[in-house]
Design a protein around this ligand. Structure first.
Ligand code: URA
Length: 251
């Protein structure tokens, strides 16, 4: 029969944070055992019998959560199911229930997409309050200028109640397309996740996105050797960076 363990050790072993981070979460009342909020880190739990939840999400031992980094190709939708379209889940080898994409990339957008069954972490990474940085490579029609860089840095009107939060735009080069029209290659880093945000920000400065690829999200970067349509489990180090990113953003 498995022994009981301290609640803070149980949570730290399940990679939800460091020992001191989980103590704080317990003291703030974010953890329940069998539906009851507990505030004592030294409280004993039985790993097989007690149901421990963090932000309402069940926490088990480390095997319970899975994390995949997918290089999303264009032509599939960021959903778990769709009646008509191919979904990103078709690229994931695990058939474990409860896996879902963290956030959305448009059907025609490529690049880094995190797939997990850790709902608490997804909630942290997607929360508009937490400002997780996402960097995109884009090819846009037209020539971006230093004035556009300044406007993007200050925030632009994309038709929402408020302008976009300050973002960072780096112009890589100006090239021409097959019809000899000028295009700019850029990196854009944003810390929000509004619907079609990059495309709408470029429209706000009079440019049209022709190609879009996400190359990083928080501490995760799209590996150069991960082909489109391929996925791989996150390394232990990536998982711990990600969990730390979620926690460190917590207020
Ligand atoms: N911004 C967009 O416009 N599309 C995406 O897929 C992601 C960010």
């Amino acid at each position: 029969m498995a022994k009981t363990v301290r609640l803070d050790k149980f949570l730290a072993d399940a990679e939800t944070g460091t020992r001191s981070e989980v103590k704080k979460m317990i003291q703030k009342g974010q953890v329940q055992i069998n539906g009851e909020t507990v505030r004592r880190p030294e409280q004993k739990v039985h790993p097989d019998w007690d149901k421990v939840t963090l932000f309402g999400e069940p926490i088990g031992m480390r095997e319970e959560f899975q994390y995949f980094l997918l290089h999303k190709p264009a032509g599939c939708v960021s959903a778990t199911e769709d009646k008509r379209e191919k979904t990103v889940m078709e690229y994931i080898p695990s058939k474990r229930k409860g896996l879902f994409p963290v956030g959305r990339l448009d059907k025609d957008t490529e690049g880094l997409l995190l797939i997990t069954n850790n709902g608490a972490l997804a909630h942290q990474l997607l929360s508009p309050k937490r400002h997780v940085e996402k960097t995109y490579f884009a090819k846009v029609r037209g020539i971006l200028t230093e004035e556009d860089v300044r406007r993007i840095e200050q925030g632009v009107d994309i038709g929402e109640d408020k302008p976009t939060l300050p973002a960072s735009l780096r112009i890589l080069e100006t090239v021409t397309d097959q019809e000899e029209r000028p295009c700019s290659d850029i990196y854009l880093t944003i810390c929000e996740g509004k619907f079609h945000q990059v495309k709408r920000m470029m429209e706000a400065v009079g440019k049209k996105v022709l190609y879009l690829k996400r190359i990083s999200m928080g501490p995760l970067t799209l590996p150069d050797d991960l082909e489109k349509g391929q996925c791989r489990p996150l390394t232990k180090e990536e998982v711990s960076f990600l969990l730390k990113a979620g926690k460190s953003l917590e207020k």
